[in-house]
Write a protein that binds this ligand. Sequence first.
Ligand SMILES: Cc1cc2nc3c(=O)[nH]c(=O)nc-3n(C[C@H](O)[C@H](O)[C@H](O)COP(=O)(O)O)c2cc1C
Length: 184
Amino acid sequence: MNRYIINEIIRNRKTVYPTQFLDKEIPVNIINEILENAIHAPTHKMTQPWFFVVYKGDSKNVLLEIFNKLDKDKYSKIKIDKFMEKIKLSDTIISVFMNRDQENRIPEWEEVAAVSMAIQNIWLSCYVNNIGSYWSTSPMKDEYAKYANQKKNLRSLGFFFMGSYKHTKSTKVRESVNKKVKWV
Ligand SMILES: Cc1cc2nc3c(=O)[nH]c(=O)nc-3n(C[C@H](O)[C@H](O)[C@H](O)COP(=O)(O)O)c2cc1C
């Protein structure tokens, strides 16, 4: 194990938007490997509250059809069109759901936290595979979820847009760690 590897992966993972994606297909086996990493996230009481719906290739049309049906009074047509453009520019879109434990044994926020950790695994795995990606939590996700899934306990936590990308340095800098930590 070399600790510099994990430092580099964590510190270089960045948000990459669909307009930055390259026109190069992501192999299906890489997507499966990334999803396998996702499900290794920690989870309280092993509830494993994640569920992923993958749209890739022709099945992106299924997602586009759903967005076409969204209420144009509730969400502006411009917003919907912009979202649909992102779908078209992406190679793969992973729709992320939280499938809450049926017995509600643990607080909901812990289930959201577990799914968020799975998303971080996806995000880091994308980086090492030269895949640009970003997590969109648009309010449209809630109405999308009604069309996409009828299962009662499934709650959309948004979309993960993915496309090939050659890493470039991000300009987004963090505040100094000293400002965020207090040693006692
Ligand atoms: C819970 C969560 C929700 C996010 N939702 C959005 C979103 O809806 N739209 C967006 O452009 N970015 C979204 N992001 C990405 C953040 O904007 C991004 O992570 C932040 O600007 C830091 O940039 P970096 O990821 O390149 O380090 C979200 C990130 C998190 C953690």
